[in-house]
Design a protein. Structure first.
Length: 620
């Protein structure tokens, strides 16, 4: 079965009856190596063809679908159709001319890429490496009716699919032949997976993943510009991620995804989509201050910050109290500040001081760190007319042990997501080697749990197969030597062309940061240290720099080169060992390409890591 993007269920509401029938035939009559996009903005001009069908051995065809009936067509020229409607006579563009323009625009966009052109020395050098075509689907006109008129003078018969050629009983080969007869030229074509990804990169800028910043790759920062340099190595959402991102419908949704599965990227895509369709503001909440700052920065670069607010949950509670002038009750004043703000916000909502339904949509990243009461509070902030809520979750990354993790169902906190949950098991962020070491180290934490789709299971990640060097665990004699070593390694990464913003140093304790920062300063390497809330909010501002953060603050981020010092000091004394292992697992899975850990002495964790690295290294 072909892949239809968005999924049929998510598109039905905006399809005409003819478009829906044609989409159903596509799913029934085309094999699973066909990719089909319905009414998706294409290329820098954001054109909206009805359907684009791509096959790696065929090329692509662009189709316009019309629900016209023969007796409603009053005239048809090469440029214009005049139709009799309930509103009287209406002029529309000739759909064949429209499809041709769309197809030529797509071909022109792809032809700009040297990797999609025939190389010099070959016949037709510089031309597109794949055939393409265009056509029209007349969903309510049979072939006999078509041939009884003069429509064929402006709609070439070979480029038309008629009503009786898209029935449920039509032969799949005959259906496919109708499609490929629409091509103006036919020649051998065999697109590789990287070439298919390049096609998607050009056609759908919103799928581009930043190849520059290294920070969880939300979007290519130049994705909204019409003229950009084409990188040698492109990155786009994979088909599963694109299908999920495009097909998220209305209502409450939950995504259970392993580390590195693209949850946050899908959240970003969803934000941009909702910003274009909703009038009320959109709220994104997460637990981690540094992740909130990074998300806000990237959405600002995409021009969505006016409508989308990204906040750490505790800061958002403070916003509510300040905006609606709600004081913290006396009976909460002896509680920690962060806790009293939450309770005061809940009480303010309950007694009507803080209004409900303030947001067109609420999206929650790091849902595994949210308490049941927080969900109950936030779900009341969603406008019931749009009812748009998305929760992203991975229990394996729940690292805040001081708040005892409590098991609860989403329904119990007002999130109605049963039947609308998605599980993402594939890890795209880490190389096979990094993920294998992290999984081997944290094996006891990742035993999958059985549950229905209204609970919060632990999901074991599976590698997408990208390869790289085996993680390293380096021994140093003193903390000073360790800081020197890390600074030297970072300098080497810089010399080899890695962007400084793609380098992270993740420390278990704050007091480990200063020595490394001092060594970076001696080498003239810009860096930012996230010691307090102010630092965390400004972490991604200013010039490109190495990020020095705690393991806790690293959650939700990613770096091409990741350094974790002082493994020998884990697990920290008087801390639960399984919680410490979970924390180090989160830190290791921040690394997308290279992971270097260091130690000054031995610990149970360093010994476990040595074994894990040895196992993976022996198989490499």
């Amino acid at each position: 079965m072909a892949v239809l993007l968005p999924a049929l269920g998510a598109s039905t509401g905006r399809m005409t009856s003819g478009e829906r029938r044609f989409a159903e035939r596509i799913l029934q009559k085309l094999e699973d190596d066909y990719s089909v996009w319905y009414n998706v903005p294409v290329g820098p001009k954001q054109l909206h063809p009805d359907f684009i069908i791509l096959h790696p051995l065929r090329g692509f065809v662009v189709l316009e679908v019309k629900d016209w009936k023969l007796d409603t067509i009053k005239s048809l020229t090469l440029s214009t159709a005049t139709l009799l409607t309930d509103r009287g006579l209406v002029n529309e563009a000739n759909p064949m001319t429209q499809a041709r323009i769309y197809a030529l625009e797509v071909a022109t966009a792809l032809e700009r890429d040297p990797a999609l052109r025939r190389p010099a020395g070959q016949p037709y050098a510089g031309k597109l490496i794949m055939p393409y075509g265009w056509g029209v689907v007349l969903a309510n006109i049979t072939r006999k009716q078509f041939e009884s008129t003069n429509l064929g003078e402006v709609l070439p018969p070979g480029k038309v699919i008629c009503q009786d050629e898209m029935t449920e009983s039509v032969d799949p080969e005959a259906f496919q032949k109708r499609l490929w007869d629409m091509f103006t030229q036919v020649f051998p074509c065999k697109l590789s997976l990287p070439q298919v990804e390049r096609v998607r990169w050009h056609l759908f800028p919103e799928l581009r993943i930043s190849s520059d910043s290294g920070q969880f790759g939300l979007f290519d920062e130049d994705g909204n510009k019409q003229s950009i340099a084409i990188p040698d190595l492109i990155k786009v959402m994979d088909m599963q991620q694109e299908l999920l991102a495009r097909s998220l419908g209305s209502g409450h949704r939950v995504i259970h995804g392993v580390a590195g599965s693209g949850k946050t990227m899908i959240l970003g895509y969803r934000c941009l989509h909702l910003a274009r369709t909703l009038s009320k503001p959109i709220l994104v909440l997460c637990y981690n201050v540094t992740l909130a700052a990074r998300l806000q920065q990237l959405l600002k670069e995409r021009g969505a910050s006016d409508q989308v607010s990204v906040r750490n949950f505790h800061d958002w509670c403070g916003d509510m109290l300040t905006t609606y002038q709600v004081s913290i009750p006396d009976d909460y004043r002896d509680l920690p500040r962060y806790e009293s703000k939450i309770l005061a916000t809940i009480r303010g909502l309950d007694n009507g001081q803080i209004p409900r339904a303030q947001y067109g949509a609420v999206l929650i990243d790091e849902g595994h760190d949210f308490e049941p009461e927080w969900f109950k509070l936030v779900v009341q902030m969603v406008d019931p007319d749009s009812n748009a809520m998305l929760v992203l979750y991975d229990d394996a990354q729940s690292i805040y042990a001081k708040r005892k993790r409590r098991k609860f169902s989403f329904a119990s906190v007002g999130i109605q997501a049963q039947g609308r949950t998605t599980i993402l098991k594939l890890n795209y962020r880490n190389t096979l080697e990094i993920l294998s070491v992290a999984k081997a180290f944290a094996e006891d934490l990742l035993n999958p749990t059985e549950s229905d789709d209204d609970a919060m299971p632990i999901i074991a990640p599976e590698s997408a197969g990208r390869r790289g060097p085996v993680p390293e665990l380096l021994r140093c004699r003193t903390p000073f030597e360790e800081a020197q070593l890390i600074a030297e390694q970072i300098d080497e990464e810089r010399a080899h062309g890695r962007a400084l913003s793609d380098i992270g140093v993740l420390c278990r304790k704050w007091n480990q940061m200063d020595a490394i920062a001092s060594q970076l300063q001696k080498r003239g390497i810009p860096f930012r240290v996230a010691r307090d809330q102010k630092d965390k909010r400004a972490l991604f501002e200013g010039e490109p720099s190495v990020k020095i953060v705690t393991l806790h603050s690293s959650k939700g981020l990613e770096f091409g080169a990741t350094f974790i010092p002082r493994i020998c000091e884990m697990p920290v004394k008087n801390e639960d060992e399984s919680d410490e292992a979970r924390l180090l697992y989160v830190g290791m899975t921040r690394a997308t390409e290279r992971l270097v850990m260091t130690r000054v002495g031995e610990s149970g964790f360093s010994q476990r890591l040595e074994r894990s690295i040895g196992q993976v290294g022996s198989l490499a």
